[in-house]
Design a protein around this ligand. Structure first.
Ligand code: DMJ
Length: 640
């Protein structure tokens, strides 16, 4: 079929297409992306020209004046230097007839010249652009963007200086060198592992959130949105400081000073950014006394505050750092907020109020507590999902993850509320703690009225929690909770010991004859998590039983043997396989937590004593604030 010829507006005929050739409309539909891009560019240059020409057209009102041939026009008094003043107080504009017309023609001519020149220049620019490759164009756009960013930064006068606050008495920032040479040797090994992890990240992933140690390049996950916030640097600097890796610490500090900028269009997890970034920065501040860490923590906290703008004041799980718009994960019980997340902001936010004098942080988290206190508690425990719009519980599910760190906070910071964690401990024990047929104590997961006999690696932190809680419990309970902590530590060690790699699986079961063993393939991985080692360390501090150091050393050897690669440390996909594959991620918490707890396990107790320091859920140590002696802005006086 022959396509009819098309007659464009110009009147010139477009030649009729030969049979078999594609018709014009069809051809248009199959234009390649690059052709579309060029057409778009030409079109936009043309529109710009028309638009520019419109603005350069002579002013119509001027025409009118000349066309009317006004000689002398009387207009109300306006003080202008050029015109002469009439005795009546009116201004006389002297008409100049033919002379003005001549001048006007000249003006019009010069305008036309200008339009022609602009036209030429725009065409020239468009031609040059078309000659450039896509990559060159992209690079040009990026340079322009950077310039705008730089200009904006220059205009930014910077944050307001913070009020001077007395530094709490910081004790125990000592070297912590153990007296026994063999222990020191082990500690040196852990320090060397930290150096390998850091140096690899420094070389291959610097400024990215995390590292891909096999591919040897940067890595990130959705918890950091589309940002490049150097999560590993911020998460690791306090560990570097504690280990005495001063050069590396300085390097990290410099990067934070010069590059850490939170004005980015990225949707981040409020919980993760709080525990890793605010926690990491505050710890680095308290340990080193360097103001920059405090300033950055406060800048970031400001960006998180809009997350609390919900009908109930229960924060969204995610917030866009630039727009302040928050939302929840779709998978979290129809868009609920997660207790383990919003319950883990307290420690950092109280410190923020303490350091800034701004009551907002303290009030936001206290509001959460008051709201929770009024809510029903099935089985005496809070379910994991809460809808921030309605203030109602979502799916009834009890998981012992990070949420319980809120309890540690209460134990240390609000000692007057000691009954609360003790009540929660009792409820956890009654509803979640069970013994396996083989005699292993484990913490199950309660879902919709049923207790699943499965324990997650994450829940292994609870051994340390019970030990720490025991320290502040009434005498008749202290021994019991320390014993419970020891039993959890033992079970978690078993979950490591029953694998081929001697590294723990993500989750392990206790039914159908199984004892602390993973069944499903997607529960057999180890991603360099810290919780088991964390519990070993707490148990070591409270009991000094040498088995905890021995278990910790087993973990060091296994990690060094199976997770170490030339580009850092990687997680493994199956701890039951003698030939495991790597997941190719060096998690930031490996440097923040796993290596820090291992280092502390082989240090003497005078390094960060637990009477003076409380560790957040990402292992960032913050000094204990005795709120009985301090009145925080916005707080009611402590009740005794
Ligand atoms: C860390 O980011 C924190 O410990 C968090 O509380 C839970 N998950 C990881 C480590 O497993």
């Amino acid at each position: 079929m022959t396509t009819p010829a098309l007659l464009p507006l110009s009147g010139r005929r477009i030649p009729t297409l030969s049979p078999g050739a594609s018709s014009f409309p069809h051809h248009r539909a199959t234009l390649r992306l690059s052709e579309k891009f060029i057409l778009l560019l030409i079109l936009s240059a043309f529109i710009t020209l028309c638009f520019g020409a419109f603005f350069f057209l002579p002013d119509n009102s001027k025409h009118k004046r000349f066309d009317l041939g006004l000689e002398d026009v009387l207009i109300p008094h306006i003080d202008t230097p050029k015109e002469g003043k009439h005795a009546s107080g009116q201004v006389i504009i002297h008409g100049q007839g033919g002379h003005d017309e001549h001048r006007h023609r000249e003006e019009e001519e010069s305008l036309r010249d200008k339009i022609r020149a602009d036209h030429e220049r725009a065409l020239q620019e468009a031609k040059e652009k078309l000659r450039k490759s896509r990559e060159e164009l992209k690079a040009e756009i990026q340079t322009e963007k950077n310039k705008v960013m730089e200009d904006l930064k220059k205009k930014d006068v910077g944050p307001k200086p913070l009020p001077p606050v007395p530094m709490p008495k910081v004790v125990g920032v000592s070297d912590g060198e153990p007296p026994e040479p063999d222990v020191k040797e082990k500690r040196d090994k852990i320090r060397e592992m930290m150096k390998h992890a850091w140096d690899s990240y420094r070389q291959y992933g610097w400024g990215h959130n995390e590292l891909k140690p096999i591919a040897k390049k940067g890595h990130s996950t959705n918890i950091f949105g589309s940002s490049q916030l150097g999560a590993t640097i911020v998460d690791a600097v306090d560990t570097l400081y504690i280990m005495g890796l001063h050069e590396e610490f300085k390097d990290g500090q410099e990067w934070i000073e010069q590059n850490l900028d939170f004005s980015v269009n990225a949707e981040v997890s409020v919980f993760e950014v709080n525990i890793r970034f605010i926690g990491g920065l505050l710890a680095a501040y308290y340990l080193s006394g360097q103001e920059v860490f405090k300033l950055k923590a406060v800048q970031l906290a400001e960006k998180l505050l809009p997350a609390f703008n919900t009908p109930t004041g229960i924060p969204w799980a995610m917030v866009n750092l630039k727009s302040g718009v928050g939302r929840n994960w779709g998978w979290a019980s129809a868009g609920s907020s997660i207790l383990a997340e919003f319950g883990t902001l307290h420690m950092e936010f109280v410190h923020l109020t303490y350091l800034t004098g701004n009551p907002a942080y303290y009030q936001k988290v206290m509001h959460i507590r008051k709201l929770l206190a009024k809510m029903d508690r099935p089985n005496g425990l809070y379910p994991n999902y809460l809808n921030p719009r309605t203030g109602r519980w979502g799916q009834r599910m009890l998981l012992l993850k990070t949420s319980c760190y809120i309890l540690l906070f209460w134990v240390f910071i609000f000692s007057e509320m000691l009954t609360l964690p003790i009540r929660a401990f009792a409820a956890i024990e009654r509803h979640l703690v069970r013994k396996s047929n083989g005699g292993l104590t484990f913490i199950g997961e309660w879902k919709n009225g049923h207790l699943e006999r499965k324990m997650g690696h994450l829940a292994c932190f609870a051994g340390g929690m019970f030990a720490l809680g025991a320290d502040g419990s009434p005498d008749d309970k202290a021994g019991h909770y320390l014993q419970l902590g020891a039993e959890i530590a033992h079970t978690c060690h078993e979950s490591y010991d029953r694998t081929v790699l001697k590294l723990g699986p993500e989750a392990f079961k206790f039914d159908s004859g199984l004892e602390a063993v993973a069944v499903r393939q997607n529960e057999k991985y180890y991603i360099l998590r810290p919780e088991v080692i964390e519990t070993y360390w707490y148990m070591w501090r409270f009991t000094h039983d040498p088995k905890y150091r021995q278990w910790g050393w087993e973990a060091v050897q296994a990690i060094d043997k199976y997770c170490r690669v030339s580009g850092g440390f990687s997680g493994v996909k199956d701890v039951y396989s003698s030939n495991p594959t790597y997941d190719d991620v060096q998690q930031s918490f490996f440097l923040a937590e796993t290596l820090k707890y291992l280092y502390l396990l082989f240090s003497s107790d005078d390094l960060l004593p637990l009477e003076n320091w409380v560790f957040n859920t990402e292992a960032h140590p913050l000094p204990v604030l005795h709120l009985g002696n301090i009145t925080l802005p916005g707080s009611e006086p402590a009740q005794r």
